[in-house]
Design a protein around this ligand. Structure first.
Ligand code: ATP
Length: 307
């Protein structure tokens, strides 16, 4: 069994009357790249801040490396590197000067920690370039270097690809894979766009309105999204009624252009065709496809999915 490094039980956080987190159950094993996916306001940042003790939960338990008492957790927290809000770097400092400042401020031993972290994020060669002249991607990577400087076993990153261009996003993904494989860093990362983390995550945690709505391994997500039937009909409303009556076990989503995507039923296309036709629905085409992952996610998080 994989070694569990973070376990969260029945975690809740309420701000006045906003339930930012409700009944969160989660466990992260060593070696995971766990992606928390949710729209703005889903509770991702609050969850990460609870783990790093930047906010205090209203209820529930957080266990780090098996420790849930305050003193034990505090000791284990040194194993976490986090990038939750943009670090306040000095605009006129270079990458190295900025990291050296934070190394001293945080009491991280050994000057070599700075160069090691810069090397990890491919920023060793930025020389005298000042932070204010960095691209957004470089700024994000410097934030990552700061989180890595204390040599963490668990890295917590809140939307590190936000605002980056496709090249910058790809760079961060590659970096995370390398850290995970070569340095054995476990990663907990969030995004509001599933596709941004699709190729790197080993697990997906879908959040909506403060709750976890589904957790899947990368393999489970792939399997789920492989099995779709796409129909083009003359009247998607009528087709939906027929599907609910005759195929209540197959979840579906209505898409624009009288298209309907069924998550399942790939072995029943003939029956689907026949039944729809006999109930007066014109079927223009029926095809087995892979479900679009982004659509799957939108369906989970408050789309028109029938489940
Ligand atoms: P985003 O991507 O926009 O940061 P998120 O998924 O990280 O979204 P959170 O920032 O955790 O979501 O917010 C969850 C909910 O808690 C939201 O409704 C938000 O308005 C509320 N919230 C967060 N911080 C506070 C606070 N300090 N005071 C009051 N409400 C808050």
């Amino acid at each position: 069994m994989m070694h569990c490094i973070l376990e969260i039980e029945a975690l809740g956080k309420t701000y006045k009357n906003v339930h930012a987190l409700q009944d969160i159950q989660l466990s992260i094993a060593a070696g995971d790249i766990a992606a928390v996916i949710g729209k703005n306001g889903a509770g991702k940042t609050t969850l990460f801040k609870c783990v790093t003790e930047q906010v205090f939960p209203t209820s529930g338990t957080i266990r780090l490396y098996g420790k849930s008492d305050a003193a034990g957790i505090r000791r284990q927290r040194s194993k976490i590197g986090a990038m939750i809000e943009e670090p306040a770097f000095f605009p006129d400092f270079t990458a190295r000067q900025n990291l050296e400042y934070f190394r001293q401020q945080r009491g991280i031993a050994g000057k070599e920690a700075v160069d090691r972290a810069l090397k990890d994020v491919n920023l060793l060669d930025t020389g005298s370039k000042k932070f204010k002249d960095f691209s957004l991607g470089m700024k994000q990577r410097l934030g990552l270097a700061l989180a890595l400087m204390s040599h963490p076993a668990l890295l917590i990153l809140d939307e590190p690809t936000n605002g980056l261009d496709p090249e910058g996003k790809a760079e961060i993904r590659e970096l995370l894979k390398t850290l995970n494989v070569e340095k054995k860093v476990t990663i907990l990362i969030s995004s509001h766009v599933l596709s941004e983390l699709q190729s790197v995550a080993t697990r997906y945690i879908f959040m909506d309105r403060g709750r976890i709505v589904e957790q899947l391994t990368a393999e489970e997500l792939l399997n789920k999204t492989r099995k779709a039937v796409e129909l083009v009909v003359d009247d998607s409303g009528r087709a939906a009624t027929v599907l609910e009556q005759h195929f209540p076990d197959i979840p579906y989503r209505i898409l624009p252009g009288n298209r309907i995507r069924l998550s399942g039923g790939t072995d029943r296309t003939e029956a689907l065709n026949r039944t729809l036709y006999s109930c007066g629905v014109g079927v223009r085409s029926i095809a087995v496809t892979g479900e679009d992952l982004e659509e799957y996610y939108l369906g989970l998080l408050g789309g028109e999915r029938h489940a």
